[in-house]
Design a protein around this ligand. Structure first.
Ligand code: NAD
Ligand code: UFG
Length: 339
């Protein structure tokens, strides 16, 4: 079976993908610098799957360190999650975001090329559709304009990868545009573990539920949506992880660049999420309506047909599953991976 190197493999989506890779029979090796994760998540992945793998503490910007890992491990393909992802922080520290995400990816690609490993699955984002396109977003739409440096890094990296294939068509590149991943592994052993005040809706709700935050602020109820609150395409992180198995399997068998939306194709509002969370988990979430958050768009959801047709992938889990599994993780791990 092929060996997959997973960058950022101890993070939220990476850890769930490691579980699915191991369950599918792949060998894996993880690299991470732990800037936004805990090595303990890898121990939990080993516990869930009953399988062992190597975790290398390495920064993707460290080409010498990366080269040692590639030479020792000889991976067949890379799934590249490593990156900084906080939209607000990227507006305050744009250089750090460009340096970590873009330069880090270029360093990784150089080492991959030098070591003859030319298959990569990249974590892109629905944010690349910008505010110009109309929902549902389809892969054939032109990439839009990002409203923040984080989003710009995703657009640049997509372009870099496209250019790389144009220059050398031995490469196999899968660009996966995630919509809004939420939820956690049903075991309750791994999940999202934000540092400080959560930026995203579901982690914030989970922290209100567990008593760490008093009240949710709903950012605006005057959008042109059914209840006035923002609409997003929430996808269970386990479904998203399974999408990566399909994509990396495809990458191992062909060359070229593919782009896939990974979403459910269904948009839910902020209040849909709050109400479903309360109903499924029988817990009250106090909230107040506040001003819109700058940079937010009214609606973001996928046309998910292409992933279904070409990868044979569809999201199987629903919003109730996402809310139940988020709470199962949060209530069993109120401090994330910290004891
Ligand atoms: P995460 O922060 O939990 O995981 C990212 C991992 O990368 C962390 O473990 C972090 O320590 C590691 N990392 C960061 N910079 C690194 C570096 N220079 N060298 C080595 N390791 C480094 O985030 P996540 O939610 O799991 O996201 C994974 C990827 O998916 C990211 O690229 C993110 O931008 C992308 N994405 C996430 C979302 C989302 O809503 N979570 C949506 C769209 C795209
Ligand atoms: N929201 C609130 N209160 C909060 C947090 C969020 O009302 O405390 C609302 C937002 O206004 C939005 C919705 O909940 O309407 C979802 O917000 P998130 O921050 O959870 O997610 P976004 O859609 O804004 O951003 C996510 C990822 C980005 C990615 C983007 C597009 O966090 O990395 O999707 O893919 F770029």
């Amino acid at each position: 079976m092929s060996k997959i190197l997973v960058t950022g493999g101890t993070g939220y989506i990476g850890s769930h993908t490691c579980v699915e890779l191991l369950n599918a029979g792949y060998e894996i090796v993880v690299i991470d610098n732990f800037c936004n994760s805990s090595p303990k998540s890898a121990a939990r992945v080993k516990k869930i799957t009953g399988k062992d793998f190597k975790v290398c503490e390495c920064d993707i910007r460290d080409k010498d360190g990366l080269k040692k890992v590639f030479e020792a491990e000889k991976p067949d393909a890379v799934i590249h999650f490593a990156g900084l992802k906080a939209v607000g922080e990227s507006c305050v520290k744009p250089l750090e975001y460009y340096e970590n995400n873009i330069w880090g990816t270029v360093a990784l690609l150089e080492v991959m090329r030098d070591c003859g490993c030319k298959r990569i699955v990249f974590s892109s984002s629905a944010t690349v559709y910008g505010s110009e396109n109309k929902v549902p977003f389809v892969e054939t739409m032109p990439v839009g304009t990002a409203t923040n440096p984080y989003g710009t890094t995703k657009i640049y990296i997509e372009n870099i990868l496209q250019d790389l294939y144009k220059a050398d068509n031995e490469w196999s590149i899968e660009l996966l545009r995630y919509f809004n991943p939420i939820g956690a592994h049903p075991s309750g052993q791994i999940g999202e573990n934000p540092n400080g005040i959560p930026n995203n809706l579901m982690p914030y709700i989970a922290q209100v539920a567990v008593g760490k935050r008093e009240m949710l602020s709903v950012y605006g109820n005057d959008y042109p949506t059914p209840d006035g609150t923002g609409v997003r395409d929430y996808i269970h992180v386990v479904d998203l992880a399974v999408g990566h198995i399909k994509a990396v399997t495809r990458a191992l068998g062909k060359t070229g660049v593919d782009i896939y939306n990974l979403g459910t194709g269904i948009g839910y509002s902020v209040l849909d999420i709050v109400n479903t969370f309360m109903e499924v988990n029988k817990i009250n979430i106090p909230y107040k309506i506040v001003d819109r958050r700058p940079g937010d768009i009214a609606e973001c959801y996928a046309n998910a047909d292409k992933a279904k047709e070409e990868l044979g992938w569809v999201a199987a889990l629903n919003l109730a599953d996402m809310c139940r599994d988020t709470w199962n993780w949060q209530k069993n791990n109120p401090n994330g991976y910290d004891d």
